[in-house]
Design a binder for this molecule. Structure first.
Ligand code: THG
Length: 385
């Protein structure tokens, strides 16, 4: 887990020099905000018009906790778009290209949402609470307005709103121990992406086996925003014997694992095929859904670019503030969207949108990291299974 000597200097330098961002009423705080401040939050970003902690000042310790122990994350920014009414599932099925016909109550599904041009708008986790109640746990874009507009214009009998629900993630190989201590051994049998409505000291929750890492874990969907600090402290207390500490959706681990970050890895006209989500797009479904015609045409036309992995040497990179240009024989062939130094692979890695046919594994590609050229090699994703 040791980084080369110049790594720490490279990790958050630009953020440290940047002018301060100001908090204001236009962006909301999560119910866990005070808990995160109490735990020593040092860096935050804005996501779904809310503040999301991204670091507590020690990125190496935060990574290590996620890979070897257990971490708790304020992911209250993952807002829910609630579909409530007799047509809740019909609306959900019209919003996503994924086939939901076998989705049971109590089950979650990763369900990308596309626009009419077949472009990805968001990639929520869908939770089917009942036949008449669905949550779309969204990534960073305004799907509430989108779902309201579609529901109204198509006449679905369904109310679309944002409920008072905020997820807190507990991630890492020891997450199961912390959650079992709090809720009992039944949580060990909860299947990946399934969930259960429950409570903790009277705090209403949905407990799901999910989360934006490949290290295993749970998400607690808090259903009463006034009790965020109380829940945060209960988790911290129960996790103490397991060395729990604060963390955040981890930029390094998620690149290693190839988990998609909409808006970072994609641009406005990215489609699910180029993002390696083609297996989730059920084009042979009988029902119509938003983007179906465009996606059929895209499938016919074939890929124009693809999200691939890149590995490259040189000094460890501390992340990128904007996409880095990619070149081959002096010609632009795409962008590296998200870059990091991987301690487990002991090399720099990136997720990159690369024009075909330069996406073939083994292709050598020049990456322009802030004017500093490195030679990268294209690889298949994920970097680490
Ligand atoms: N949890 C909750 N809401 C969320 C996220 C989350 N909303 C926004 C964001 N994350 C959505 N993005 C993803 C991206 C990938 C996965 C989950 C959410 C994921 N993918 C698995 C994979 O790629 O291996 C499984 C996908 C599948 O079913 O095929 O887990 O984290 N509440």
């Amino acid at each position: 887990m040791h980084l080369p000597p110049d790594a720490s200097a490279n990790r958050v330098p630009l953020l440290a020099m940047f002018p301060k961002l100001v908090l204001s009423a236009r962006n909301r705080k999560s119910p866990f905000f005070d808990g995160a401040v109490e735990a020593g939050m040092t860096h935050a970003t804005v996501y779904n018009h809310m503040y999301m902690p991204v670091s507590y000042g020690d990125p190496e310790a935060e990574y290590k906790r996620l890979i070897e122990g257990v971490a708790m994350w304020d992911v209250g920014v993952e807002r829910q778009v609630e579909l409530a009414g007799p047509d809740a599932m019909a609306l959900a099925a019209y919003l996503t290209p994924r086939d939901l016909s076998k989705c049971k109550a109590g089950q979650g599904k990763y369900a990308p949402l596309c626009g009419f041009e077949g472009q990805i708008l968001n990639d929520p986790v869908l939770l089917k609470l009942s036949e008449e109640l669905v949550w779309l746990s969204i990534a960073d874009s305004d799907m509430l307005y989108w779902a309201q507009a579609i529901a109204n214009m198509k006449g679905f009998d369904c109310r679309v709103s944002e409920p008072d629900v905020s997820p807190l993630a507990v991630q890492g190989p020891l997450a199961v121990e912390v959650i079992a201590r709090l809720f009992g051994d039944w949580v060990r049998d909860l299947k990946y992406f399934w969930f259960q409505e429950t409570e903790l000291d009277g705090i209403p929750l949905v407990l799901a086996r999910s989360g934006w890492s490949k290290q295993g874990g749970y998400e607690l969907y808090l259903r009463d925003g006034s009790r965020g600090l109380e829940l945060w402290r209960l988790i911290a207390e129960a996790g103490r014997d397991y060395g729990i500490g604060p963390g955040a959706p981890n930029a390094v681990e998620r690149i290693e694992s190839g988990l998609l970050s909409i808006g970072a890895d994609t641009d406005r006209d990215s489609d699910p095929f180029e993002c390696n989500l083609g297996h989730l797009i059920a084009l042979d479904r009988e029902q119509d859904f938003v983007g179906k015609q465009a996606l059929l045409a895209k499938r016919e036309a074939g890929l124009r670019r693809r999200l691939v992995g890149l590995t490259f040497g040189g000094a460890p990179v501390g992340g990128n503030e904007h996409p880095w240009p990619l070149l081959r024989d002096g010609e632009s062939i795409g962008t590296a969207r998200a870059a990091a130094y991987s301690p487990r692979l002991a090399t720099n890695i990136a997720l990159a949108l690369v024009d075909c046919p330069h996406d073939a594994p083994g292709t050598h590609i020049a990456v322009d990291c802030l004017g500093n050229r490195r030679t990268a090699t294209a690889t298949v994703l994920p970097f680490i299974l």
